[in-house]
Design a protein. Structure first.
Length: 322
């Protein structure tokens, strides 16, 4: 399915500042035996180069997210040699006969960088780490055809929505440039925002321009991995839901009137539900156990919110940034 195919690489961002990485990927190289075989011109059948990770902490830099690469190998993880081998019963088996194997997908980028991710079939399917270019192209055609239809529609921002200044470049948004991001406290929450423009950008995703209540404009990006995410349930999402990423199509029905008023004013109160807290503050930087089944959530490195086992806010406090 993937071998020799051009793919788009993505993954979970490990925020390390200027050296941020894709969490599931590591820089790879050929094994010494494979290098020697290349030098000797060994092309006996079966021959397949083996790749490994020389340094476990040498992750794939963030700049490769959304970039095109070619799958140069699919190999069993930690297999000593390719081809035929013996199992514990002394029976001859091949790589192809392994059921649900742990395996490596090895890719090579246009600049020569080689990286691999280690997955099981089910985890690779769910993680959206590699997407064939053919699938991307089919999606791109639909985007170009249907994006004009969403102009003028209303959407809503929540605490987890990232909005950027209207002069931001695609690269600045893709790299989540903090200097270009609209501060969370300035993002209008759960109030209607009108879509002014929408554009599909190769290898990046869909850029959407919205009008804020004060008349200013802002940009958001729905990345390629987000566009390719499968539905959360069996129902096919509307095109609008698919392309707006971390924006919302309406005010969540489970939010009460009191919670909605608090969210719009940027306030927390005791008894607020965990869902409402998420729409207000976004996703926590850190989560730890607290009390009897409760959670301590850290937001923006300075706000601690204590949530009970029943999922409601018990208390909160601000702490000095470390």
């Amino acid at each position: 399915m993937f071998l020799h195919q051009d793919v788009i690489v993505s993954g979970t961002i490990e925020d390390l500042g200027s050296s941020s990485q894709l969490l599931e990927w590591r820089i790879a190289t050929k094994t010494a035996a494979s290098i020697q075989a290349d030098i000797a011109g060994d092309r006996k059948v079966p021959f397949s180069a083996r790749y490994y990770v020389p340094h476990a902490m040498d992750g794939l830099p963030l700049r490769y997210s959304g970039k095109k690469a070619n799958v140069i190998a699919v190999q069993l993880h930690h297999a000593q040699t390719p081809g035929v081998m013996d199992n514990a019963m002394g029976e001859s088996v091949t790589d192809d006969s392994t059921v649900n194997p742990c395996f490596d997908v090895v890719v090579k980028f246009d600049d020569g960088t080689t990286a691999l991710t280690t997955q099981y079939p089910t985890t690779l399917a769910n993680a959206e780490l590699v997407e064939p270019i053919s699938v991307i192209n089919a999606a791109a055609e639909r985007m170009q055809r249907e994006l004009p239809d969403i102009i003028g529609m209303g959407v809503y921002a929540a605490g987890f929505t990232q909005l950027y200044r209207p002069d931001s470049t695609t690269d600045e948004i893709v790299n989540q440039d903090g200097a270009k991001q609209i501060p969370p406290e300035d993002v209008p929450l759960l109030v209607p925002l009108t879509i002014l423009a929408a554009k599909y950008v190769d290898s990046a995703g869909v850029v959407i321009e919205v009008e804020l209540p004060n008349g200013d404009k802002a940009l958001s990006l729905t990345s390629m991995p987000q566009l390719m995410l499968p539905p959360l349930d069996e129902r096919q999402p509307t095109f609008l839901k698919q392309v707006i990423g971390l924006l919302l199509t309406d005010v969540p029905h489970q939010v009460t009137k009191k919670e909605l008023a608090a969210i719009k004013s940027g306030a927390i109160f005791r008894g607020m539900s965990g869902h409402a807290l998420e729409y207000l503050m976004g996703y926590p930087d850190k989560e730890s156990n607290w009390g009897e089944g409760g959670k301590q959530l850290t937001f923006r490195k300075s706000l601690l919110v204590y949530v009970s086992s029943s999922g409601t806010v018990e208390d909160w406090k601000f702490v000095g940034e470390k």
